[in-house]
Design a protein around this ligand. Structure first.
Ligand SMILES: [Zn+2]
Length: 85
């Protein structure tokens, strides 16, 4: 019971999933994330300075963990804020 229209929808859906799972650091082949690079880290925090979840950052598990650790380290040495105010 699969119409051609349904099938194309399915393919588009899968294409999107494949695109979403492309990790930024895996693409650029970056292994070590510098916690002093606040410009890079600020891409992965929300407006309320929370660490963005993996669904929003589109990173792989390995790099998401590294980014979370880097942000926490940056907060501890005081170059990234914990809260907006
Ligand atoms: Zn990755």
């Amino acid at each position: 019971m699969e119409t051609p229209q349904m099938r194309s929808m399915f393919e588009i859906y899968h294409f999107k999933i494949i695109n979403y799972t492309m990790c930024y650091f895996c693409q650029k082949n970056i292994e070590d994330i510098d916690f002093k690079n606040t410009e890079l880290l600020s891409r992965f925090i929300s407006g309320f300075y929370k660490i963005k979840p993996r669904k929003k950052t589109e990173l792989c598990m390995h790099h998401q963990k590294k980014i979370a650790t880097a942000i926490k380290r940056a907060r501890q040495i005081g170059i990234l804020p914990h809260t907006p105010r």
